[in-house]
Design a protein around this ligand. Structure first.
Ligand SMILES: C[S@@+](CC[C@H](N)C(=O)[O-])C[C@H]1O[C@@H](n2cnc3c(N)ncnc32)[C@H](O)[C@@H]1O
Length: 328
């Protein structure tokens, strides 16, 4: 039996017979010994298991750099920098004068990716941190923060609507085979429950992202946070998607259904982000919403669409941008 298999069986016993899908994802992605981001991932992009907008097209770095130049912050913190390509492009586009005046910080949880970033960003003035708390401490709490495709990399809770109400997805492991079980649970705070859904509908909620933001929010005194990811506002998120949006990626192949949970640690697992939840959770922390739009609208606003290839013009509608501000 693999390390992951033995660990998860033991965990299942400790948790009373099943493992909530969110906890399974936490281990499959971030367990220090076998988690995908902790040990398996080598890079992000065409040579990796999945590509991101940042590794396919440079419009994003132009849009982000233009936004930073308008804002003129003293500190910029990028969270989850992948292979470092976006950071490098943003730094280049800032130009020497802004680079001189701005300290660029990266918060990265994955050791293999941090090594990749250090290699790629050699020669640039970048400070790495293990957590957003550490990064904010070094900026006295004043910083502009941004991320691309970060919330979707957080474990999510999965719920299914049944005749008896919403139930949470747990996994049950027997002889290395994983089956699904629906278990009654207290519902987390999410706008997704405000809408009518058919029986059988599955939804994902990135509650772990909310808890993570709540932990570092008290250390953030002023600045803006720019969040870019694939997803939608709550009302449209599951339109014609009764099975939800959970999926996996390995060697650029998309996995769906139960395949996502096979071979934990060997694939990325992700789900679309509910941007209405991100807005609401930030509002609860005292952050105001400044921009909530599609990525395409944001890139247009920043004058970054001139050389955007056709497929990206369409994909730009599937990605969203949220800018929230913390004022002291
Ligand atoms: C899907 S990748 C996106 C990478 C990059 N931003 C891009 O667009 O190519 C998610 C990134 O977030 C990082 N990450 C995930 N959870 C994190 C956390 N809690 N703190 C910092 N980085 C995290 C991962 O290691 C990875 O670098």
């Amino acid at each position: 039996m693999s390390n992951a298999g033995a660990y998860l069986l033991d965990l299942q016993e400790k948790l009373g017979g099943t493992v909530p899908a969110e906890r399974f994802m936490q281990e499959a992605l971030y367990n220090p010994a076998f988690g995908y981001y902790s040990s398996r991932i080598r890079t992000v992009g065409r040579r990796g298991d999945f590509s991101t907008w940042a590794t396919l097209d440079s419009s994003l770095s132009l849009g982000i750099a233009t936004w930073i130049k308008k804002e003129t912050p003293r500190h910029v913190i990028e969270i989850g920098a992948g292979n470092g390509e976006l950071a490098k492009d943003v730094l280049r586009r800032l130009g020497w004068w802004t680079r001189l005046r701005t300290t660029y910080h990266i918060v990265e949880i994955s050791a293999p990716l941090r090594a990749k970033q250090m290699e790629r960003l050699r020669g640039f003035r970048v400070v790495w941190h293990d957590s957003v708390e550490d990064a904010l401490q070094s900026t006295n709490g004043h910083a502009h923060i941004f991320s691309n495709e970060l919330p979707d990399a957080f474990p999510c809770r999965i719920f299914q609507k049944t005749e008896g109400g919403w139930m949470e997805l747990h996994l049950h492991i027997v002889d290395g085979k994983i089956s699904e079980q629906l278990v009654s649970a207290t519902l987390p705070e999410s706008s997704i429950f405000d809408h009518p859904h058919p029986i059988g509908q599955r939804v994902e909620i990135h509650e772990s992202y909310r808890r993570w933001q709540e932990a570092w929010a008290p250390h953030w005194m002023s600045g803006a946070i720019l969040t870019i990811d694939y997803g939608e506002l709550s009302k449209k998120l599951y339109h014609r998607r009764p099975a939800g949006s959970l999926r996996g990626y390995a060697v650029q192949q998309r996995l769906s259904g139960n395949d996502v949970f096979k071979n934990p640690g060997f694939c990325d697992i992700t789900a679309d982000v509910n941007f209405t939840d991100l807005e609401k959770w930030g509002t609860n922390l005292g952050w105001s919403v400044e921009t909530s739009s599609t990525l395409l609208a944001f890139l247009k606003e920043q004058g970054a669409t001139a050389s955007l290839p056709m497929p990206f013009l369409e994909a730009g509608e599937a990605f969203r941008v949220l800018i929230q501000r913390r004022s002291n």
